[in-house]
Design a protein around this ligand. Structure first.
Ligand code: FES
Ligand code: FES
Length: 183
């Protein structure tokens, strides 16, 4: 393909801005993996069936194999690489998957994590049935889903505890700064 057919795109991925020159037919999943080196996003079916390539784009989970890179120009993207903290501490979902053995081969895991991450942001107190529904777009060939559901349930508990302790800390800070008056 001639250089003239390359399109320049700018993406913000996990808070960092990237520029790439891509063919218009190049899939976003391939842009992430091959152009930006973010190989945490997996590619299984390339047909929108398996969910392995799920990322969060502009606040919504999308299958990156169903989006052309050029369509993602100027988009804000989150991939599995953005879940852990910069110091390497795991996201509560990753911790819960570790604790509950929510993966076997791990191929589906990045997509499941991104779907679950968005799902828990929308529904912080889900029932097990809702969790099953929330991750139903992600196929797993290994686990039978039981441990994945257990892990998402545990992650919801982790996140809620974390939120509660943050609220308590901010209450204490308010009291110490003299701003808190009610008891
Ligand atoms: S690789 Fe995108 S849905 Fe399967
Ligand atoms: S852990 Fe192997 S496909 Fe899900």
């Amino acid at each position: 393909m001639s250089q003239n057919n390359l399109k320049k795109i700018v993406l913000t991925v996990n808070g960092k801005e990237y520029t790439a020159s891509v063919e218009p037919r190049m899939l976003l999943s391939d842009v992430l993996r091959d152009e930006l080196g973010l190989t945490g996003t997996h590619v299984g079916c390339e047909h929108g069936i398996c969910g392995a390539c799920t990322i969060i784009m502009d606040g919504r989970p999308v299958r990156s194999c169903l989006v052309f890179g050029v369509q993602a120009d100027r988009a804000e993207i989150r991939t599995v690489e953005g879940l852990a903290e910069p110091d390497g501490s795991l996201h509560p979902l990753q911790e819960a998957f570790w604790e509950k053995h929510g993966l076997q081969c791990g191929f589906c895991t990045p997509g499941v994590l991104m779907s679950a991450c968005h799902f828990l942001e929308q529904n912080p107190n889900p029932s097990r049935e809702e969790i099953r529904e929330g991750i139903s777009g992600n196929l797993c060939r290994c686990t039978g889903y039981q441990n994945i559901v257990d892990a998402v349930e545990m992650a919801a508990e982790f996140l809620n505890k974390h939120k509660k302790s943050e609220e308590e800390t901010s209450d204490i800070e308010s009291v110490h700064s003299g701003r808190k008056v009610e008891v």
